[in-house]
Design a protein around this ligand. Structure first.
Ligand code: AMP
Length: 224
């Protein structure tokens, strides 16, 4: 497939562990569409000990959502100077989606599609339990489905992988409940706009990649 002929602006929607980050990194590498992961940004704030990180940490550790006001302020700074992006893990509430619509209208940067990664709760629990993350860039592996060549070492930068503190079974269950309660209403929100594309997040990584690319091609040809 040829690269998209215009900047790609996407939202990746779906529960934790459905593959959003993996596919966002693929689009970043191949099409230069910057992955903006609110989770990665927040973890960086926590690691740096910023005021924002201190405010966010308790919500993250418990599997709840960080308040909209914090998230929206953080995203306004991110989006101002970008033409092509994949939003990974934002928006997560209807309030955030409305704020995003307003921001993008102001910037004259409409979204091209919202891709929904669907997966069963049982599979998400398995995926998150086996997930190892590169804390330097958010790249993930899975001991069962996508293992690194050497255990706990990133194939690409050779540095250590870690298990995220919120990937423990108790917090994972809470995060999935939070998704159902607060984020899944966005499926209807975006279905009404005609932007929603449903993807089967249970397929093998490369098959999901092929589906993402097909959806992009279809959208790229359409007058959005
Ligand atoms: P993630 O890496 O996307 O799984 O996000 C990790 C945690 O960061 C979540 O469980 C939330 O506590 C917080 N978080 C990330 N993105 C958002 C968002 N858009 N709104 C509120 N909280 C968020």
């Amino acid at each position: 497939m040829s690269p998209a002929s215009r900047p790609i602006r996407l939202v990746f929607l779906g529960p934790p562990g459905a593959g959003k980050g993996t596919q966002a990194k693929m689009l970043e590498e191949r099409f230069g569409a910057r992955q903006i992961s609110t989770g990665d940004l927040l973890r960086q704030h926590v690691a740096d000990g910023t005021h924002l990180g201190q405010e966010a940490r308790g919500y993250m550790d418990s599997g709840g959502l960080v308040p909209d006001s914090i998230i929206i302020g953080m995203m306004e700074q991110q989006l101002a100077n970008l033409d092509a992006f994949v939003l990974d893990g934002f928006p997560r509430t209807v309030g955030q989606a409305v704020a995003l619509d307003e921001m993008l209208a102001r910037l004259s940067k409409p979204l091209h599609a919202v891709m929904l990664f669907e997966a069963s709760r049982e599979m998400l629990l398995r995926r998150l339990a086996g997930r190892w993350t590169n804390p330097r860039n958010g790249r993930t592996y899975n001991t069962e489905f996508n293992p690194p060549r050497v255990a706990a070492i990133d194939d690409q930068d050779g540095g250590p992988l870690v298990q995220r503190p919120d990937d423990t079974p108790g917090v994972v269950a809470k995060r999935l409940d939070t998704y159902e309660a607060q984020t899944s209403p966005l499926v209807d929100y975006y279905a009404k706009t005609g932007l929603l594309v449903r993807l089967d997040g249970l397929k093998a990584i490369e098959d999901v990649t092929a589906d993402v690319r097909r959806a992009l091609d279809a959208r790229n040809g359409a007058a959005v």
